[in-house]
Design a binder for this molecule. Structure first.
Ligand SMILES: [Zn+2]
Length: 304
């Protein structure tokens, strides 16, 4: 960046630079396609993704690696691999304690993939379409926030359900059954915090060669934790919940596992788990971008 600082945009090397960066981008897009196809097919063979989930993963992976860069693509893989690992972790125990949420297996379809990775993918697309360094820094913070939220939320869901203490609703503190949206446990919240921080730290580690500010892990930690708490809040308030009259149980499904049609209990009918995940990752991205503003100002002053 600093080498071209004095050059006018009309200067010959400007267009050469553009050609080189387009070339670099095409190679990264191809590698993104290659890597994400590999990861997605492995996950498909392990029954972690459905066919449409494979397609969604390839779209998200190719876009983030191709248009965001290596650190973006590898961070997405970090989220994906750790989440897949935790969703298979003590699978049988989870099916027992929270049958409703975990009995369908952990095979994700494209809607579930995009609910967690859609905001991140859109930010990578924006990154590919803009050239301003300030916008790139801001988009990168947003990307870290969205991915930190997805990581925090998945770790919290997959590990929190193993908590020996029953969860409490984030809004009222009332005890609820494991696996219920909006329920939080100390174990789950600690898992969320650890997940968000790990994602930020991983992102920061692979960027060290590029003089990236140290704030990234803390931005990811705060935004990821906020995002995942927001997820629980939405789960306890506007997410649609139903009641199975046959099993006399609360569920997120319109048709219960037992095949019975459920009755509406609370929440908005269009707000399912995917909508909640999408809104939470968006919230995490916005928190990260706001939180990143002061460090960006410092950065600017440094360079003037
Ligand atoms: Zn039932």
């Amino acid at each position: 960046m600093s080498q071209t600082a004095g050059l006018s945009p009309l200067h010959g090397s400007g267009s050469e630079k553009t050609t080189a960066s387009t070339h670099k981008k095409s190679i990264r897009l191809l590698l993104g396609l290659f890597f994400s196809s590999g990861v997605a097919l492995l996950a498909y063979r392990r029954h972690s993704l459905s066919r449409s989930g494979v397609a969604g993963t390839i779209v998200a992976g190719t876009t983030t690696l191709g248009l965001g860069g290596w650190s973006w693509g590898l961070s997405l893989i970090f989220f994906f691999v750790t989440s897949t690992f935790f969703s298979h972790f003590r699978e049988r125990d989870k099916a027992l304690t929270a049958e409703d949420k975990f009995s369908k297996g952990s095979q994700r379809d494209w809607l579930q993939v995009m609910a967690n990775g859609g905001v991140a993918t859109a930010l990578a697309l924006a990154h590919g379409l803009t050239t301003s360094p300030a916008t790139h820094t801001s988009l990168q913070a947003g990307y870290a926030g969205a991915l930190a939220t997805a990581t925090a939320d998945t770790w919290a869901t997959e590990l929190g359900v193993l908590s020996p203490q029953p969860p409490r609703l984030i809004t009222t503190g009332k005890q609820t059954t494991p696996g219920t949206s909006g329920g939080v446990t100390l174990l789950g919240t600690s898992a969320a915090a650890t997940g968000a921080l790990s994602l930020g730290f991983f992102f920061w580690l692979i960027q060290r060669g590029h003089r990236v500010r140290i704030a990234l892990p803390s931005v990811a930690f705060i935004s990821g934790l906020c995002g995942s708490l927001f997820d629980s809040f939405l789960g306890a308030t506007i997410q649609a919940m139903y009641y199975c009259p046959k099993c006399q149980k609360e569920t997120e499904r319109r048709v219960h596992n037992c095949g019975t049609r459920t009755q509406a209990l609370r929440g908005l009918p269009w707000v399912n788990n995917e909508v909640v995940n999408l809104l939470a990752t968006l919230f995490g991205a916005v928190v990260a971008m706001i939180f990143n503003i002061p460090s960006q100002r410092r950065h600017k002053r440094h360079h003037v």
